[in-house]
Each structure stands twice: as C-alpha cells, then as structure tokens.
Ligand binder design. Structure first.
Ligand SMILES: Nc1nc2c(c(=O)[nH]1)N[C@H]1C(S)=C(S)[C@@H](COP(=O)(O)O)O[C@H]1N2
Ligand SMILES: [Mo]
Length: 245
C-alpha cells in the first residue's frame, strides 16, 4: 500500500543521532539544550532528526522542536562568503555567467513566507525566505529551445538536485540569500541555497554553486535513493502533508 521512500534512504536522512541528542537533553538539562545544536553541527555526516517515526511523540520538547534540523550528506563543507562565493549558470543557454554574492544581492529580491516540510516529517511553519527568482536568472541566461530541465550542484561536492524547466520557472522558486530574515548561515546552506517552496525540502539544495540547463531531468542525490523527482508537498513520496502555501 505504501509508496514511501525506501527504509535505507529515510534511515540516512533521519539517522538516530537526533534521538541521542534528544535523550541527552532530557537527562542533562539546560546546558545540553544549549549544546545540542553544536553537537549536531559537529557531527555533520547525515545529521539526523527525530522523524515522524519517533515513537515518543515528544520531539516538540527538543531545543529545535518545531524548528529546523541541519542536514548534510557531506562529511564537511567549505565555508564560502562574499569574497569567494560563486554561482555559475551554464548548459543549454546563450549567455553563461558566473555571479558573485554581490551580483546576486544587486538583483531584485523576492520574499516568500510559507511552511517548510521535510519528507521525514518535520515542518517549520511560516518561514521567510528571500532571494532572486530562479526564473530571472534563467531569462538573463537565455534558455535555449531544446532545454527541458535544470540540474543543481553544490559546493559540498556531493549533493545534487533537479527541476523541470516549468517547475524552475515558477515564481515560488528562489535562489535564496536570506532565511528567517537573516543572511543564510553556513549550516543552512549559506551563503546561497535553492528554495523550492511547494516541494519537500530536499529539493532546496544547500550551498548552491551550479545551475546547469539540460535537455532532460537527471535525478538528484536523494532521488537516486528513492525519493520522488516531482516532490510536491502532500502529493508525492506517499505522504499526505498539507501543502506548504
Ligand atoms: N547540499 C545539501 N543540500 C540539502 C541537503 C544536504 O544534505 N546537502 N539536505 C536536504 C534535506 S533532506 C533537507 S530536509 C534540507 C535541510 O535543510 P536545513 O539543513 O537548512 O534544515 O536541506 C536539503 N538540501
Ligand atoms: Mo529532508
């Protein structure tokens, strides 16, 4: 009956580190509450969260209860900032281009406030994201007639994502510079991440460094491991979450 992503994929995204942090929080009190996010960051590989499968049902008591978990499939990720961040747009375009952070900041910014929904079950209501519409960058690059899809790459050297060209042109898809009304920090994929508002959060590639226009969809990192390529919230991955808008 259940077309959910395979156990191995979910086990990795929601690895039990989150449970250990949670139990430590209960045992050791406020000091551990403060330390838990640092522990999660320090553990970087497959940072986990108590997932929708958490049998305790007490995840709301976590220091980030109702908040974000930090995920990275890469063991370590270099830090990039105004001096060395670059975003390259290429592939099936007439005008390939590399943007600096200043270039992106100089373009018109769009702010959206919607819920974030991870496919493992956690949801963060009313989260502001702000950045440049992907459609603007695509128009500036001059997408060729044979193009059908986008491939996203990341400076963690590992993660990839994809969208069809139609999906990429939606007004609620951003190359995001800000999240929760702050510049996106390293842990959340800063200085620049993708934000695909209507889809599960795995589409929102962190540490975005490459946008390649292609003639077909190439499934991304989690999609190779069983997640749906078309990741509409509530209409994919066997889940029935409320849409995020
Ligand atoms: N580069 C990269 N992007 C990524 C991921 C990742 O591991 N690496 N994880 C994805 C998943 S499954 C989720 S739920 C969100 C988590 O974003 P956060 O760490 O800011 O909460 O990032 C998505 N983008
Ligand atoms: Mo996720």
């Amino acid at each position: 009956m259940n077309p959910e992503p395979p156990e191995d994929a979910r086990a990795e995204e929601g690895r039990p580190i989150g449970r250990r942090v949670f139990l430590g929080t209960l045992a050791l009190g406020a000091l551990t509450v403060a330390a838990a996010p640092a522990l999660q960051r320090g553990t970087e590989t497959f940072l986990g969260a108590a997932s929708g499968k958490d049998p305790t049902g007490l995840t709301g008591l976590l220091p980030n209860g109702g908040g974000f978990r930090y995920y990275s499939v890469a063991a370590s990720v270099p830090h990039r900032g105004p001096a060395d961040y670059r975003l390259t747009i290429g592939g099936l375009v007439d005008r390939p281009r590399t943007y600096s952070l200043a270039d992106l900041r100089a373009l018109p910014q769009t702010r959206l406030v919607k819920d974030v929904q991870c496919v493992t079950g956690w949801r963060v209501p009313g989260t502001p994201f702000e950045g440049v519409r992907l459609s603007r960058l695509l128009d500036a690059a001059g997408v060729r007639g044979t193009a059908r899809a986008i491939r996203f790459t990341c400076f963690d050297g590992t993660y990839t994502e994809s969208l069809t060209l139609d999906q990429a042109r939606r007004p609620d898809v951003l190359v995001a510079l800000r999240m929760q009304d702050e510049d996106i920090g390293h842990d959340h994929g800063g200085p620049v991440r993708l934000y695909v508002a209507p889809m599960y959060f795995y589409k929102s590639a962190k540490w975005l460094s490459g946008i390649t226009v292609t003639d077909r969809v190439e499934p991304g990192y989690w999609e190779h491991l069983g997640y749906d390529v078309d990741a509409w919230v509530g209409r994919s991955n066997g889940r029935t979450d409320e849409p995020t808008n």
